[in-house]
Structures are given as C-alpha cells and as structure tokens.
Design a protein around this ligand. Structure first.
Ligand SMILES: Nc1ncnc2c1ncn2[C@@H]1O[C@H](COP(=O)(O)OP(=O)(O)OP(=O)(O)O)[C@@H](O)[C@H]1O
Ligand SMILES: [Mg+2]
Length: 112
C-alpha cells in the first residue's frame, strides 16, 4: 500500500473529489494547510529581498493499493495542472499496514 499525499489549490478540490470517486478510491482525508514551495527560485524574479510567504493549500491523503497509485497520480496531474507556479506537489509514501477498527480487517482488506 501507498499513501498519496498532495498539496493543491483549494479551487481544485471539488474536481479532484469527483475524479477520485470515479476511479474508485477507497477514501481520503483533506486538511487546510498553509505551505511554501520552492521559494528561492520563485523569488528570484522580482522579490529577492522578501521572506517567502505561506500560501493556503489543501492537503489530500489517500491510501491505496500499489496498483492503483499510477492512475490516481495521472488523474491528479491532469485535473490540477494549470502550468503556473504553485500548481502543487505530490508525494508517495509507503504504508506498512491499515486496520479497519470496526472489524479488525488488516492490510488491503481494510481499504476496500
Ligand atoms: N518539499 C516540500 N515539502 C512539503 N510540502 C511541500 C514541499 N514542496 C511543496 N510543498 C507544498 O506544496 C505546496 C505547493 O507547492 P508548489 O506547487 O509551489 O511547489 P514548487 O516546487 O514551488 O512548484 P512550482 O515551481 O510549480 O511552484 C506548497 O505550498 C506546500 O504546501
Ligand atoms: Mg512554487
């Protein structure tokens, strides 16, 4: 299993939610966060003297079976990309186990 954790703009969240459920994602968690991306190279253009500022972003976490990861990553990129700075970033983390508390199911059984 893997966790896909991505940071996107708020206005893309509804579109991502719809596509995730079209793809049969087993669940997701969403948080409001504030973040800073690759600040130095962005600041070089016109604001060299300024300290990097936080920007509001949505953090989405989705735990999936390994085989489902690539299509979700492809969907995220297709749905979220505008081509502008700050489009976001996707991280993929290993997940050791999952447990559905109600039943005690473990691993992929706990996801689907
Ligand atoms: N290395 C990182 N670690 C943790 N969070 C990050 C990291 N890089 C980006 N983020 C999160 O992703 C958000 C969006 O980052 P952003 O899209 O600006 O990345 P970037 O690398 O600067 O790409 P771009 O050049 O397209 O702007 C940030 O506001 C932050 O919340
Ligand atoms: Mg950036």
């Amino acid at each position: 299993m893997k966790m896909i954790r991505c940071y996107i703009r708020h206005e893309k969240l509804e579109a991502v939610r719809e596509k995730l459920f079209e793809l049969g994602a087993p669940g997701l968690s969403v948080s409001d966060v504030k973040g800073i991306g690759k600040p130095m190279s962005q600041l070089k253009s016109d604001q060299e003297s300024k300290v990097p500022q936080f920007h509001p972003r949505v953090e989405i976490s989705i735990v999936l079976e390994d085989q489902a990861v690539q299509e979700v990553v492809d969907m995220l990129i297709a749905t979220v990309r505008t081509g502008n700075l700050g489009d976001g970033k996707i991280f993929i983390l290993p997940v050791e186990d999952a447990i559905r508390i109600r039943t005690g199911e473990k691993g992929e059984q706990a996801l689907y």
